[in-house]
Design a protein around this ligand. Structure first.
Ligand code: SF4
Length: 400
């Protein structure tokens, strides 16, 4: 992997000419923190913490009495007193005005295979320029990225990267897509919104890798600039969300129905945790709900849990459990059910839902071969749901 120092390197004069004024005129706004990649897979930045915090007027909030505000970005609807912050720790009331503290304050950056997000029906074999800030609006006790998601911006080494620099760096690395990922992008909504809009104008798509904990209005506004979404559906019971995520299931299901209504491409990930959400009955009810409310073509990725953060008392998910969940989903009518975190498993491959012909072979998080012809199965001609070209990605506009 490339040194992170290079990810946001100064554009060359040739780059400036190639991208046009908007990308090239950004100038140097990054701090001088020495940065290096970590080994956790998030590309977390190391080095001195950001001087102060990057304040920026927040979107989606209402004024209340006594200089309080109500945040309407996510279903928590935090009511925040002056000089206090919302639950996510990255949005602060300053004198009755609500501000985001993470506008462009990136704590992680990496060039990842798009398959790592995972998005399997979105430009397979390409890379996604992947970034994050600190913060999250729920707390999953099994979070793999808790070192950035469960901390405040001033506690995490970060670097200020203007949207123009992000877009320019993405282009110079040849990635057709920016992925807002690792922590929860909803909490850095304003930066995601602005940089995705800018990226689109420069021929780059944007995907949000999210827990789906966002309100309808900001989601619809954001999707005008996105080209794909991945949502974690963590379980199919309210109890699981309350006990293990400090959240609720219902708003996530509403988000999925909104995405369906908008018409944007999206895929689902279900992290299967032994004894907590791995029963066939729960996966069957979940899969039937997906088929009924979202349609059979939304891919479902069933991925293996490994002990981490505050859930170290349970073992890794057996591969046989993942295989069973996948079969339950197929039996419920899901066309594309995948095995995740199971390297070299045939369940990582894409098979035509019409004739079961192997279309895309994956090895780990890479696409090894792709037999799709213009988005169709070369054997039976079935159109395979997904986003198969950058032109198709950039042509997306919300249905409603
Ligand atoms: S985005 Fe943050 S501040 Fe706003 S409602 Fe959600 S948790 Fe609260």
């Amino acid at each position: 992997m490339e040194c992170l120092e290079n990810l946001f390197a100064e554009p060359t004069r040739r780059d400036v000419l190639r991208w046009g004024v908007a990308c090239g005129a950004a100038g140097v706004l990054c701090d001088s923190a020495a940065v290096a990649q970590d080994t956790a897979g998030t590309g977390a930045l190391e080095g001195p913490k950001l001087e102060g915090v990057a304040r920026h007027e927040a979107l989606f909030w209402e004024e209340l009495a006594d200089r309080k505000v109500k945040c309407t970005l996510c279903p928590r609807e935090c009511e925040v007193a002056d000089v206090e912050r919302g639950y996510c720790g990255v949005r602060e009331n300053q004198g009755g005005r609500y501000q985001t503290l993470v506008y462009g304050a990136l704590c992680s950056a990496n060039v990842d295979p798009i398959e790592k997000k995972p998005l399997f029906h979105y430009l397979p074999g390409t890379t996604a320029f992947s970034i994050a800030t600190a913060g999250c609006n729920i707390e999953c006790v099994f979070c793999q990225n808790w070192r950035i998601s469960q901390f405040r911006p001033e506690q995490v080494p970060s670097r200020h990267v203007p949207a123009e620099r992000l877009v320019g760096s993405c282009r110079s690395h040849g990635s057709p897509t920016i992925a807002y990922t690792y922590s929860e992008p909803t909490v850095f909504y304003e930066y995601m919104h602005d940089s995705a809009a800018l990226a689109r104008r420069h021929g780059i798509g944007s995907v949000m890798i999210s827990n789906g904990y966002i309100q309808d209005k900001p989601l619809r506004q954001l999707c005008r600039h996105l080209t794909g979404v991945k949502v974690d559906l963590k379980a199919f019971t309210e109890t699981f969300y309350v006990d293990h995520c400090a959240g609720e299931l219902k708003p996530v299901l509403e988000t999925l129905e909104t995405l369906k209504d908008i018409g944007i491409w999206f895929e689902l990930v279900v992290l299967i945790i032994p004894t907590l959400n791995d029963s066939s009955d729960e996966i069957r009810r979940m899969s039937r709900w997906v088929v009924k409310h979202l349609g059979p073509d939304v891919p479902m990725h069933f991925t293996r849990f490994h002990p981490t953060y505050r859930m170290t008392n349970l073992p890794r998910t057996p591969v046989s459990t993942i295989e069973r969940c996948r079969q339950v989903a197929f039996d419920a009518g899901v066309h594309y059910a995948y095995a995740g975190n199971v390297a070299m498993h045939p369940g990582e491959n894409t098979y035509c839902h019409g004739c079961r012909h192997e279309l895309i072979r994956r090895v780990g998080m890479q696409t090894a071969s792709n037999r799709l012809k213009d988005g169709k199965c070369p054997k039976c001609g079935t159109a395979i749901p997904g986003v198969w070209s950058q032109e198709q990605a950039l042509a997306f506009s919300p249905r409603s």
